[in-house]
Ligand binder design. Sequence first.
Ligand SMILES: *Cc1c(COP(=O)(O)O)cnc(C)c1O
Length: 380
Amino acid sequence: MIPITKPLLGPEEREAAARVIRSGWLAQGPEVARFERAVADYVGAPHAVAVSSGTAALHLGLLALGVGRGDEVVVPALGFIATANVVRHVGARPVFIDVDRATFNLCPERLAAAVGPRTRAILPVHQLGLACELDRVLEIAAGVSAAVVEDGACALGARYRGQRLGTAGDLTCFSFHPRKVVTTGEGGMITTSDPALAERLRALRSHGVTVTAEARHASTDVLPEPECELVGFNLRMTDIQAAVGVVQMERLPGIVGRRRELARRYGRLLAGSPVEPPAEPAHCEHAFQSYMVLLPPSATAEQRLQVMQRLLERGVTTRPSLMAIHLQPAHLPPDGSPPALPVTEELARRGLMLPLYPQLTEAEQDTVVGELLSAVGAVL
Ligand SMILES: *Cc1c(COP(=O)(O)O)cnc(C)c1O
C-alpha cells in the first residue's frame, strides 16, 4: 500500500528524544529554546515561539494581536477548518472569500473587496505549501490598518520572491503535525519580528506567566510569586517534541528538495492527461506539503469517491481536496445561507491529493499515475 504521507524519521530523532528522557526534564526547556532558534534562523525572523500545535499558533496569534468580539477576520474559504475555527474561538467573525483556480490561494481582488472598517486581521493561507500573493495582501492590509497573520502551516521551506516564508506578516504560524513538511508529532511555531508580540505569545502559551517553568525549576534562588497580566493557557511544546524538531530542521532542505523533485516528475507524468497538475508561479518556490491534482471539470464528488475507491483497491491511498469551509455546518451564518463561492466549491469537488513524501520511489510514482489515469478513464 502506498500511503498518502510518511514522515522522514531516523535514528537521530530517536536518539534526540532519548537524550531528553535521560535528562529528566521532559516539559518545555532548553530543547524548545534550541528549536525556536533553529526555526527563527531558518526563516530569517528575529523571534520564534513554539506552541503545542499549528492551531494553537493561530489562536494565540490572534489573541496576541488583540483580535476579538466585533472584529472581522478575512479567511480564504478553501482550506483546513482550523484556520476559521480560531477566528471564532477569539469571538471574531470569519469573512470567507473565494480563491484562485490556478494556485488555490486567496484571490487578491476578492480580498480588496472584502475588507472594510471592521476588518481587524487578514489570515492568508499559503495553500499546501505555495505562497499566496503576499505583496498584494500586505498592501491591502495596510490600506485598512489590518494585521496579517500568515497561516504557513504547510509552507515551512517555501519561498516568495526569493524570500523564505515567515517574515512578511505581523506573525507567521507553522505546524509540525505528521502531515506537514517536518514533524514533531504535534507542534506549532509562530515567527515574528516584533519583540513585544513575541513576549505576549510566550506569556499566553503558559498561563500568562512570563518566567518559564523550566527557569523556575532550574533556579537555586527563592522565587517571588509570578505576576500574570494576561489570561493565558497551557499550549506549550515539550522538550521531547522540540528535540525531534531540531533534528527535523537539519533534514528540511533535503526534504523540500526531494518533494519538489517528485512534484516536478508528477507534473511531467500527468502532462497532456485529463488530470490537471498544480501550478507553481515563477516567483514562488512551492514546498509541496501536499500534491493536489484536479479531476476533469465534469467530475462530481460521487465520481471522485469512485476514483478514490478504485485507487485504494489498487494499493494507492489518496485524500479528497481541501475543504469548502463556508459550507461546513459549524461555519454557516446565523441565517443558514452561506455565500456562493464558486471557485472554492469547484476545487473542493474536483481536488484529489496524491501520495507525496521524500521516501516515495519513482516506481511507486509511476504506479500512482498509471492507476489514477486508468481509474479516471473508467469512472469519467
Ligand atoms: C495543519 C493545518 C493547520 C493546523 O495545524 P495543527 O498543527 O494540525 O493544529 C492549520 N492550517 C492549515 C492550513 C493546516 O494545513
